[in-house]
Design a protein around this ligand. Structure first.
Ligand code: PLP
Length: 368
């Protein structure tokens, strides 16, 4: 399996190449050159698998081998601000090669690949039988910020999973505006919300979605993304926009709606939602309140409420902290804070050089 950059300039790489990289050297994102197509028989076989079994099968379609990263910096800023120095570091091909760099956020194909398993697992959970023709449809509501989970769902749909996608964002609504109006443009500033992991202005995985929507057209994708990088504002071409709005529907959810949803879910089910999951569940409540007839629906729940006690309190609920997490709070923290005004790019490079030296001397000692 070969991986190509969505911008079409960087040479193609194998899975290992895509795994040990972040952005492609031309600034694009890696995507499989061709997507496999799953037939009904494969879906039926997969429907009885455990979650790990499902991940294994999916990975077998796309991979050869895998490794793990390490992170020792703590940043005083948001995801968008960190994304810039990361992008600069990854654009230095020699540096990336020398240190075998990879990034395990959704810039990296391997994360998107594994996220696809959520969609398959959710689908099988919501379909008691796959004996019908056509296969039953399931609506998957995807809370997202950088559009990683959305890209994963869209690829799952493309390779044959009968799902309908709803993308749910917080008040950082660039994806929502893009789906609704083709308005792929930055707002003035990133907004802090209760669903903080989705406080993202630049949903970089939309590049993967655009590439797929355009029929793997790297020229169209490159022109679009370069315009976005230059002007921070793109009006999607009409055809691309109508394809996007056919493929997904969208919703943007306020903090107030997040806390209301958390409260309602607790009252009705004694289930504590994390604020990100609540963004998705809010869409569900909107639909049932309007008594819209619907297909079975699944809301992806990306985190435990235990990670977000402030949001739980804001919803007027009582945080529940599992003992394992309480234990973590008393452990020593080893990190270097990346303060505002520091040279983050240099700090990233120095940390990587440092880790690399430590690993090399560890490897040398072990071999001796
Ligand atoms: C808790 C939580 N929710 C949602 C997301 C959104 O992921 P994405 O924007 O890649 O879809 C993340 C990303 O790390 C997350 O940590």
């Amino acid at each position: 399996m070969w991986y190509v950059s969505t911008r079409g300039v960087a040479p193609r790489v194998n899975f290992e190449g895509a795994l040990f990289s972040g952005y492609a050297p031309d600034g694009g994102l890696f995507m499989p050159e061709e997507l496999p197509q799953l037939d009904r028989g494969t879906l039926c076989q997969w429907s009885t698998l455990s979650y790990p079994g499902l991940v294994k099968e999916l990975c077998a379609l796309f991979i050869g081998s895998e490794l793990l990263p390490k992170d020792e910096l703590n940043v005083e800023g948001n995801s968008d601000e960190l994304d810039e120095p990361i992008k600069t570091v990854f654009a230095d091909v020699a540096f990336v090669k020398k240190h075998n760099l990879m990034s395990l956020n959704s810039i990296n194909w391997s994360r998107v690949l594994v996220q696809m398993a959520h969609h398959f697992f959710a689908y099988f959970q919501c379909t008691p039988s796959l004996d019908t023709h056509p296969l039953p449809l399931v609506e998957v509501v995807v809370p997202t910020g950088a559009a990683g989970n959305l890209a994963a769902g869209y690829i799952a749909q493309k390779i044959g999973l009968p799902i309908r996608l709803v993308v749910a964002v917080n008040r950082n609504d660039i994806i929502h505006r893009t789906v609704q109006q083709g308005d792929f443009s930055l707002s003035e500033a990133v907004k802090s919300t209760l669903a903080s992991a989705m406080d993202i202005q630049v949903p970089y995985n939309m590049e993967r979605v655009f590439w797929l929507l355009s029929g793997s057209d790297s020229q169209v994708t490159r022109a679009l993304m370069e315009q976005f990088e230059r002007t921070q504002s793109v009006n999607l071409p009409k055809e691309l926009h109508s394809k996007l709005s056919e493929a997904v529907t969208s919703v943007s959810v306020s903090d107030e709606a997040i806390t209301q949803t958390m409260g309602r879910c607790w009252d009705e089910n004694q289930y504590l939602l994390c604020p990100h999951s609540a963004v998705a569940v809010n869409y569900h409540y909107q639909q049932i309140d309007r008594q819209q007839p619907s297909t079975p629906r699944c809301c992806l729940a990306p985190a435990s409420a235990a990670k977000f006690p402030e949001a739980v309190l804001a919803a007027g609920l009582t945080p529940e902290t599992p003992a394992e997490i309480v234990a973590l709070e008393h452990k020593e923290t080893r990190c270097t804070l990346m303060r505002r005004g520091d040279n983050w790019m240099l700090m990233l490079r120095d940390t990587i050089e440092d880790l690399s030296r430590q690993w090399r001397s560890h490897a040398l000692n072990t071999s001796q």
